[in-house]
Each structure stands twice: as C-alpha cells, then as structure tokens.
Write a protein that binds this ligand. Structure first.
Ligand SMILES: Nc1ncnc2c1ncn2[C@@H]1O[C@H](COP(=O)(O)OP(=O)(O)OP(=O)(O)O)[C@@H](O)[C@H]1O
Length: 256
C-alpha cells in the first residue's frame, strides 16, 4: 500500500443472514481523513465497521491494511492498526474508569502486569481531553450512558490505533459533548490518524467530517463531505425530502 493509505477495500461484499448489505464495494481511507458513514437504520453501517475491524468475514473481496490483508493479520497487529468503539458498552463487573481506560494499553504489553505511573498519567490525559478526568476513580457501572461512551472513546484513544473506527460516537452525548467528541475526532485525524465514524446527525458530519460515505440500498456515494452532503443524494439515501438552509454559521441540511 502507498504511504499514508491506511485502509484499502476492494470488491467487498457483505452478507448477514439472507441479506446482502454491500456489493462489490471499493474504498480507500488515508491518514488525515475524517470519514462519517451515513445511511438509514439497518443499511449496514455497523456491519461495515465490524468487517473492517476483522470481526466479520466478508462474503467476498479484500480488506487491506498497511500490515497486510485483515483476515491474515494477527490480533496484536490488528490492535495496533485499528481500534473499534462499539455502539454499546457492556460492563459485567465493577471497575474504575481509570482501569477501564488502561485496557487500551493491552496491545503494547507483552503479558499481564501492573500499570505504572506513566500508564496512569497517559490514561488521565485522554480522560482530560474528553472532560472525564474527574471520574477517574468512579465505577464504570455507575456512569450515565454519555459518560460511559466517552470513557470508551478515551480507552480507544489510549490504544491509539492508526485507524479509529467508531460506531455512533456522539449518539449518547448532549449538544456540548457532541461538539467535544467531534472536535477531538477531528484533532485525531489532523494528527495523521484516520477516523471512520458512523453517524445519524448529518449536520455534525457536515461540520466536522472531511469525507462522507453515504450508503443507500444498492448504491453508495463517497467523497469529500461537501460533494456528498447534497439534498438530492440525501433524499435518495433516506427517502425523505431535504432542504439546504444557508446561515452565517454555514449550511444546514434539514429534513423537510
Ligand atoms: N447477526 C445477524 N444476523 C442477521 N441479520 C443481521 C445480523 N446482524 C445484523 N443484521 C441485520 O443487518 C442489517 C444491517 O445492520 P447494521 O447494524 O449494520 O445496520 P446500521 O446501518 O448500523 O443500522 P443503525 O443505524 O440502526 O445502527 C440489519 O437489517 C440487521 O437487522
């Protein structure tokens, strides 16, 4: 793969049960890009993220990373290349927020061992970036949905993969926290990583994403955000009318 290319998808077809979700799909993601993946419920956004992460074998096609084809890559190589923040977090037992975040360091540790002061500092630093440092000693099982989601993002940031995959990272966030999450994701992309996030908020995508992948039934549009976030394409993907409203703060895309 050429320098800066962090993901190369070729001829990808995904099937779950009897349904074919993507057919013969090609896609390239480079360092520095922030992709938002949009499309209606059940169209296959999470399934695509899981396939790229190596958790779902494709029906056909190839998913390439800088360390080789995903299905031939070891779990540790995969963990250094990509990290996935799932749509929901499940906690089976009590654990402090700080310990939960330090799980992100696992790919860098040869075996089991106790975290040291530098690990704790690094974990606190990512929590600070997401305005969650004051929760470091809290029990993950007692967090609100939005707080737990930001702890999951902090864990992913400590893992520091080249390619960040996030399934609806702003879904449980209040409006101010949405901006914090999106700004932080943009900073990660600007810092030479690549970010791929599924979203339902088209206007957050318009404001922060450099690129958009818009998935519709039997069709996919991809490219620079401003080229894809057009009322006609959104109407084709979501099946409802859209109006573009220009304001001093930029262009808003409103379902009409
Ligand atoms: N294990 C499975 N077996 C059968 N069907 C599945 C399985 N997992 C997912 N599906 C179906 O695949 C389709 C795509 O699901 P996916 O979760 O990828 O959609 P999505 O675009 O992320 O949706 P949402 O916006 O609602 O999160 C859905 O119709 C879902 O019901």
């Amino acid at each position: 793969m050429t320098a800066g290319l962090l993901l190369q998808v070729e001829g990808l077809t995904l099937r779950v049960g009897d349904a074919t979700l993507l057919k013969n799909f090609d896609w390239k993601v480079h360092a520095g890009e922030f992709w938002c993946v949009l499309g209606k419920n059940g169209i296959g956004k999470s399934t695509l993220l899981h396939a790229i992460a190596g958790l779902l074998p494709p029906a056909s096609g190839r998913i390439g990373s800088p360390v080789g084809e995903v299905r031939r890559t070891t779990p540790q190589q995969l963990a250094l290349w990509r990290g996935l923040q799932a749509q929901q977090q499940f906690d089976a037992f009590s654990c402090s927020v700080l310990d939960s975040v330090m799980a992100g360091l696992h790919p860098y540790r040869p075996g089991w061992g106790w975290p040291d002061a530098a690990d704790r500092r690094a974990a606190l630093h990512v929590l600070e970036r997401l305005d969650m440092a004051s929760y470091a000693d809290a029990d993950v099982m007692r967090l609100s949905g939005g707080e737990r989601q930001r702890v999951a993002m902090a864990t992913l940031m400590l893992q520091a993969p080249q390619l960040y995959l996030l399934d609806e990272p702003a879904s449980h966030q209040d409006v101010a926290a949405q901006l914090l999450v999106m700004r932080t994701l943009k900073e990660l992309a600007d810092d030479d990583h690549a970010v791929v996030a599924t979203m339902h908020d088209i206007n957050l995508a318009a404001r922060f994403a450099s690129h958009v992948l818009l998935i519709a039934e039997g069709k996919v549009w991809q490219g620079r955000a401003a080229d894809i976030l057009r009322p006609d394409l959104l109407e084709a993907a979501y099946g409802c009318r859209f109006e573009a409203v220009d304001s001093a703060g930029g262009r808003w895309l409103m379902p009409a």
